[in-house]
Each structure stands twice: as structure tokens, then as C-alpha cells.
Design a protein around this ligand. Structure first.
Ligand SMILES: C[S@@+](CC[C@H](N)C(=O)[O-])C[C@H]1O[C@@H](n2cnc3c(N)ncnc32)[C@H](O)[C@@H]1O
Length: 215
């Protein structure tokens, strides 16, 4: 990742998502992502969990409610504000930070878990940021990731909704390479039916990953 990539990514991400989150509704809903909710029992109980790109906060807030010690990092100021409102309404206190992950000082060996849900980076930044997620885990820590695959483009054409531009879609092979050195406990592409707010609706194609950082 060059300095120019960082600046370009930084300038685009926050404002783009500010516009997406501008309305009163929570566009991905206020309930957690289904895959994350099903896998969260793999995190150490009451462990420290990093939620990069937490958007309007549905996942970080839910994890807080499950007793985890959550740090969320989100580039959109509007997303952060809505996430803080959601946390307050649920009586939980995740540490919600407004920052771009390109420029954030990533802690190393610091988290029991990372939950990266539909966080799609530009190709020039993706691998470096995924290595930072891996290194942010303590040895033995667990990462849960869900993202759209190139097959999702067909689903969108057939009426499905959501997902990034085609060049920002992820494949199983990409993730295997990005997270090399980790133990892959689950890595699969799947066709799913999404029901997440107004934005992720209908048939979708995703890749799902659960990995453990080496001890
Ligand atoms: C598709 S949304 C998903 C939001 C949330 N993870 C969810 O599932 O509800 C992707 C989010 O990742 C955030 N994001 C993408 N790149 C980022 C970056 N470099 N730094 C911080 N946030 C980022 C966006 O601002 C956006 O809120």
C-alpha cells in the first residue's frame, strides 16, 4: 500500500458511507449479522473483540451485549454517531472509534477476536489490512469474516441488493493467501438469502471465514 493509496482510500470511504448512512434508518438493520452471531461462541468468553468497519454498529453493539469487550473502528462519522446511539439504547458501552483503518495505529497481539463483516477494501490495500487484522489477534485468537464474492454480481443483476464494486469482491483463494500462516477452521463460498435491513436483501453469494492465529 503506497501513501497515495492510503490518501485515496481515506478521502473516499468516510464521505461515501456518510451519504449511505444519512437517513434515519439503520441500512443493515440493528440485529447482528447471522454468520457472526452463529460463530461468536468461538471467541474467548468476555474476550476483547475488534470490529473493523462496524458501520452503524449492529455487530459491535450486539457483541457488547453478549459480554465482550468491544473496540469498533469506522470511517464514517455518521455511522459512528448512529452506532453510539444504538449502544446507548441497548445500555452497552463498546469503545467506538472514528478512524480510517488505513491510518489507524493497529494494536498487535491485542485482541481475542476480530469480526470483519462485509468490509471490502480496495485491492491495493486489502492484503496489508488483512495482515493487520491477523496481527492484531493474540496468539490463538479467532477471526470471523464474511464478504461478497464475484458471483454476487449475478445475484445483484437478478434483483439481489448490496455489495461493493466488482473489483472489491473477495474470493476464497484471496483470503487463503491474505491470511497465510493462520489455521483455517472454516473457509467456504456459499449462496445465501440475506435479510439485513434495506441494503442486504435477497439472494447473495458470500465467502465465510473462521481462522485461528497460530499460538
Ligand atoms: C458494507 S458496510 C458494513 C458495515 C458493518 N460491518 C455491517 O455489517 O453492518 C462497510 C463498512 O466498512 C467501513 N469501512 C470500509 N473501509 C474502511 C476503512 N478503511 N476504515 C474504516 N472503515 C471502513 C465503511 O465505512 C462501512 O461502514
Amino acid at each position: 500500500m503506497t501513501a497515495e493509496d492510503v490518501i485515496a482510500h481515506d478521502v473516499v470511504t468516510g464521505p461515501k458511507w456518510d451519504r449511505n448512512y444519512a437517513g434515519p434508518d439503520y441500512i443493515f438493520g440493528t440485529e447482528p449479522n447471522e454468520f457472526l452471531a452463529a460463530q461468536a461462541n468461538r471467541f474467548a468468553p468476555r474476550g476483547r473483540i475488534l470490529v473493523p468497519g462496524d458501520g452503524e454498529g449492529r455487530n459491535g453493539v450486539w457483541l457488547s451485549g453478549q459480554g465482550f469487550d468491544v473496540v469498533s473502528v469506522e470511517a464514517s462519522a455518521v455511522g459512528v454517531e448512529k452506532a453510539r446511539a444504538l449502544a446507548a439504547s441497548r445500555g452497552v458501552q463498546p469503545n467506538i472509534q472514528h478512524a480510517n483503518l488505513d491510518a489507524w495505529i493497529w494494536p498487535v497481539n491485542a485482541f481475542d477476536g476480530v469480526a470483519s463483516i462485509f468490509v471490502h477494501f480496495v485491492p491495493s490495500a486489502r492484503r496489508a489490512l488483512h495482515r493487520r487484522m491477523l496481527n492484531a489477534l493474540k496468539p490463538g485468537g479467532i477471526l470471523v469474516l464474511e464478504a461478497f464474492t464475484p458471483k454476487h454480481v449475478e445475484k445483484r443483476a437478478a434483483g439481489g441488493r448490496g455489495g461493493p464494486p466488482p473489483e472489491m469482491l473477495y474470493t476464497e483463494a484471496m483470503l487463503r493467501d491474505d491470511f497465510t500462516g493462520a489455521t483455517f477452521e472454516l473457509l467456504e463460498e456459499a449462496d445465501v438469502v440475506l435479510d439485513e435491513g434495506s441494503r442486504h436483501i435477497g439472494r447473495g453469494s458470500v465467502v465465510r471465514l473462521v481462522l485461528r492465529r497460530a499460538q
